[in-house]
Design a protein. Structure first.
Length: 129
């Protein structure tokens, strides 16, 4: 056995679903992320795990990448976090229950933050939320 042997124990923790994230390359001011087609559940909601949410907006597209009326520029409700809601003026995702859509997230660099998207959640609304 070595005379200078020593050992250490360490613990690294990560917030939920933050093993990797999508953001802008250096020098780039804006970009988009677009999902494959997904079926919106009845009473559906979209939540985003992100930093720099003031620089994010969400559009809903049909399977042919055409914008769905009323579902442009959805605002991500901050502050930054693991479970930020997305809201459209005068529209609810529940209106699209059972339909196939693509979720497009637009990323815009701001003075306050450099946005980064870690996860996008599409699920049914919980009672009382």
């Amino acid at each position: 056995m070595a005379t200078h042997y020593h050992a250490e124990v360490a613990l690294a923790t990560l917030p939920r679903d933050r093993w990797g994230g999508l953001g802008l390359n250096p020098g780039v001011e804006e970009g988009t992320i677009c999902s494959a087609p997904v079926v919106v559940p009845q009473d559906g909601v979209i939540r985003i795990n992100a930093d720099g949410v003031s620089g994010l907006s969400v559009d809903l597209l049909d399977e042919r990448f055409q914008l769905l009326a009323g579902f442009a520029g959805g605002q991500v409700a901050g502050p930054d976090g693991l479970d930020c809601s997305v809201n459209w003026t005068g529209k609810s995702l529940a209106e699209l229950g059972g339909q196939s859509v693509r979720v497009q997230v637009s990323i815009q660099k701001t003075d306050e933050a450099l946005p980064r998207v870690y996860a996008l959640y599409l699920g049914a609304s919980e009672v009382g939320s």
